[in-house]
Structure formats: C-alpha cells, structure tokens
Design a protein around this ligand. Structure first.
Ligand code: SIN
Ligand code: FE
Length: 292
C-alpha cells in the first residue's frame, strides 16, 4: 500500500468538510505523506530571480529563516530583505494550511523554522551521514527532541522539474530491523554533551535511538537497496507534508524547494500511540524520555 495520500485541495486555507481533518490527521500520524498537487506557492515576478543557487553562501546547505533571521544567503541588503519576505510569506501560508488541516496543531505553528533550498540535489559531495539521498528518519545530533515531533511542509517551487523522493517502509517495521543493532548510550555521555553545549539540552534515550536509527539506515547499503520502497514524484507547484521523524524518506532529484518545520509535543497529536516515541517504548519495553 502506498504511503502517499493525494488530496485535491486548491488553497492554503481551504474550506474543509468536518471529516477531512480527522481522516487526514490519521493518515499523517500513521506515517503517510500528504500530497497536494494544487496547493502552490506562487513566486512574484521579482522573486523568480531567487531561482538560482547563487543566493546560497556556499557554506550552509540551505538558506534558513529562524526567529526572523536570514542565514546562509548572500546578496545586497535589499535582496536579503526580499528573500526574507518570500520565506516569511511561505511560512505564513504553511501555518495556515496546518491550522486548517490539523486544528489541534494550531497552537504550535508559530514555533517554526523555515528554509529555502536552492541547491540541486544531484552531484553534491557529502558524507554518508549527511547524505539525504539515503533513506532515513530525521534526527538532529545537536538538537535533542525528547519525543517532540518534526512536522514538515514542503513546496516544489521549481517551474519545470519534479522533486523526487523514495519513501521506505513503515517506522515500526524499520525499527524492528534496526533496533537490535543499536548499543546502549554511554553512561554520562548526554550530560557531558550538554555541558559542552554540543547538544542543546540533554539527549534522552529516545534521541540516542533516533540518531542511531538514522545512522544505521544510512550506513547499510543493502538495506537501502532492498527494503520495501516506492518512488514518489512531486511535480512543480506541489505541496506535501509528513512527519519526517517517522517517514523513511530520501531525496533523489530536484532543485528549489521551500520547507517549513513545525515541532509538536506528543500531547498535541490526535493519537500519541502512533508516534515514534510510543512505538519505540513499546518495542524496547522502557520509558525513553524523562517524565515531564
Ligand atoms: C530530507 O529531509 O531528507 C531532504 C528532503 C529534500 O531535500 O527533499
Ligand atoms: Fe530528512
């Protein structure tokens, strides 16, 4: 069965029948990718000049907007102000979409980071751990989540080329295969990493497992080749959403994408029992984050 659910919505703030949020939130929280081929982010004539990798400073992978600050971009102050406004407009649109589709998530849409990814996917030299063309779930070494979810909204703003992903097997199936390979965290390591400010706060056992699932999946080329997977195409002008900490995903091709990350506490979910935290606690038989 495909992990992709395609909906024929046409607006960022679509009028929705009552049962739609219930149906779509279940699909999303079960690990689906929600694809909206007719929800487009239209660039203004002036913004079309940003469809070039030349706006990247060459150091960061993406141009990002976090707390109103633009990072990773080069350009005059006027160019940077316009780039900031474009990404902020996308962030506002993504927030409206998430609020309409998933009213329970609405209180959290403001705590978001946005990025613009002007680099082509093919041909970038990166280490295997950073290689997002390998199937993985998102987990960030410096930012422990302690179970918080990573909801991402993407739009392919390329006028001509699809963005292409591979989407892998369900989280629980992947975790059953890879968990037995993961050793326990080194005692005291999470305190040391936090004290040295290598991590923003303490890494929980949940974070240790998620980072290792990310790494073990990417490191195993046989798994990459042979695990059940499908190719998913996102045509120009398509928007899609998924929990990237749950969906096994890999990017195959594409250039020019806007992305919004929304972090959600597990308590905001419609069904917390489907979250990676609950699945991993069930599979390991342990509580994996400190009690709140
Ligand atoms: C990723 O989150 O792994 C990359 C997705 C993309 O660049 O399309
Ligand atoms: Fe990813």
């Amino acid at each position: 069965m495909s992990a992709v659910v395609t909906l024929d919505l046409k607006e960022w703030r679509p009028p929705l029948a009552d049962e739609v949020p219930q149906r779509v939130s279940r699909a999303l929280e079960e690990g689906g990718v929600i694809r909206l081929p007719h929800v487009n982010f239209v660039l203004t004539d002036s913004e079309r000049r940003f469809l070039s990798p030349a706006w990247s400073d060459g150091r960061a992978k993406n141009i990002s907007l976090d707390g109103g600050r633009l990072k990773g971009a080069v350009g005059s102050p006027a160019d940077c102000a316009e780039l900031t406004a474009m990404i902020a407009r996308f962030a506002a649109a993504a927030a409206e979409l998430v609020t309409a589709l998933f009213p329970r998530y609405a209180p959290y849409v403001k705590r978001a980071r946005s990025s613009y990814r002007p680099q082509g996917v093919v041909g970038r030299e990166v280490s295997w751990r950073k290689d997002d063309s390998r199937l993985h779930v998102d987990a960030f070494p410096s930012r422990p989540s302690r179970g918080e979810r990573i909801l991402r909204v993407f739009t392919n703003v390329n006028p001509a080329e699809d963005r292409v992903w591979r989407v892998g097997e369900p989280f629980e199936v992947m975790a059953k295969t890879l968990l037995p390979r993961i050793s326990n965290p080194v005692p005291g390591a999470s305190a040391v990493l936090a004290a040295l400010r290598i991590t923003k706060g303490r890494r929980s056992v949940y974070d240790h497992l998620m980072l290792n699932l990310h790494d073990h999946a990417k490191a195993d080329l046989t798994y990459q080749r042979e695990c059940p997977q499908e190719t998913v195409r996102f045509a120009p002008g398509t928007t899609w959403l998924c929990f990237s900490d749950q969906v096994m995903h890999a990017v195959v091709a594409g250039q020019f994408m806007l992305e919004q990350t929304i972090n959600l506490p597990v308590s905001a979910l419609y069904d917390p029992a489907r979250a990676p935290l609950a699945i991993l606690e069930r599979l390991t038989g342990h509580a994996l984050v400190p009690a709140q």
